[in-house]
Design a protein around this ligand. Structure first.
Ligand SMILES: NC(=O)c1ccc[n+]([C@@H]2O[C@H](COP(=O)([O-])OP(=O)(O)OC[C@H]3O[C@@H](n4cnc5c(N)ncnc54)[C@H](OP(=O)(O)O)[C@@H]3O)[C@@H](O)[C@H]2O)c1
Length: 334
């Protein structure tokens, strides 16, 4: 029997704990050009909040009753495809489920010979690619830059901050709590860390970046974005990667209060999703894989066990209980 997590209905706000059901189904026989995959790891992402609303987003919503969309990695256990043989490993939107049938075009083959498979959900997957293209292609950090990254000890932020540091910039990370801040300076080697939960973010920025900010990699939006905007230097750049403080009710999300600074200081502010960059994934993969192999890039993971942890896992992202790429190891569910 295959176990799945399904969306019951669209939650009205961010709290979604009661909106999931657990089901068990038998799978049908394979059609031509299909494969059956045993899924071992699934990824829990802030972007899921945009998939469980009926408001238009960058992807179609998951419909009530459907298996929840999630990135995953797994092994091909049965095949009627010439592209895949039993034992191949794949990644893609495999969903919150232990096993499923996919069209051969719906998944991507991965080589897990050298690295653990779950890395394709963190540093060597969409998380790493997002950090790479957001920081290196849009942000383009320079040696002379002061760079600020929010949610800096998180999955995307941690990699983006390290990439900016490797480019020679002075890098300041913003995170919640002393443990995450110590991680930023002691483990990732950032120049300073700001605990935004410890007091005034404006005062902390004034102390950490007295000469202003040239590049801001924004993962959170809201008040932190306002405080950073007030301190952006002339011709500064803001990479809008995400806005997690505003997730839950996208219709009510508020924009930056200090946006006139964009005009007065000739700032550039650009958002993106990986849809813009899928054709360049090999470039990101090469840099990230080299960084991982040499030890110059650290990919932190936060691992939970079992599909039943998902309702709590999803909420962890919004109250900061995760520290690193949030993954669920579902091997015990098979
Ligand atoms: N553009 C894209 O294609 C793309 C792709 C992937 C992810 N993203 C975005 O990147 C951001 C980070 O995602 P991730 O997967 O790397 O997750 P993550 O950073 O590992 O986890 C989310 C973290 O956000 C912080 N946070 C939550 N609520 C906050 C708030 N109100 N104010 C400040 N910080 C808050 C928490 O850390 P603290 O303990 O530090 O508060 C939490 O641990 C999200 O905005 C996500 O939507 C964008």
């Amino acid at each position: 029997m295959v176990k799945q997590v399904r969306l019951i209905d669209y939650p009205a706000g961010r709290a979604a704990r009661d909106f999931w059901s657990f089901s068990g189904d038998a799978l049908p026989a394979l059609d031509e050009n299909q494969i059956k995959v045993r899924i071992d790891w699934v990824s829990v992402d802030p972007g899921m909040s945009g998939w469980i609303t009926d408001k238009p987003s960058y992807m179609p919503p998951v419909k009530p009753g459907e298996v929840m969309r999630a990135f995953g990695v797994g092994e091909v256990v049965e095949t009627r495809s010439e592209r895949f043989k039993v034992g191949d490993w794949v990644t893609g939107f495999l969903g919150l489920q232990t096993e499923a049938i996919f069209a051969e075009k719906a998944v991507r083959k991965i080589d897990v010979g050298q690295v653990p498979p779950q890395l394709f959900l963190s540093g060597l997957g969409m998380t790493g690619y997002t950090a790479y293209f957001g920081m290196m292609d849009i942000g383009q950090p320079q040696e002379s830059d002061t760079v600020v990254v929010s949610a800096a000890s998180g999955a995307v932020g941690g990699i983006a901050a390290q990439l900016a540091k490797q480019a020679g910039a002075r890098v300041v990370g913003i995170a919640g709590g002393p443990i995450k801040c110590a991680y930023l300076t002691d483990e990732l080697g950032l120049d300073a860390a700001i605990d935004y939960k410890a007091g005034s973010i404006g005062a902390a920025l004034d102390a950490a970046v007295p000469a202003g900010i040239d590049l801001y990699f924004d993962n959170v939006g809201g008040e932190i974005l306002d405080a950073v905007l007030d301190r952006m230097n002339y011709r500064g750049r803001i990479v809008v990667c995400g806005s997690i403080s505003q997730y839950g009710d996208f219709a009510a999300a508020r924009g930056p209060a200090g946006y006139m600074r964009v005009v007065t200081h000739s700032l550039k502010m650009q958002g993106f999703t990986m849809r813009d960059y899928m054709h360049r994934v090999p470039e990101a993969f090469e840099t990230l894989a080299q960084g991982y192999a040499s030890g110059s890039l650290k990919f932190r993971e936060h691992v939970l066990e079992g599909l039943e942890t998902f309702p709590d896992a999803y909420e962890m992202l919004f109250d900061g209980r995760n520290h690193g790429k949030l993954l669920i190891d579902i091997r015990g569910d098979h």
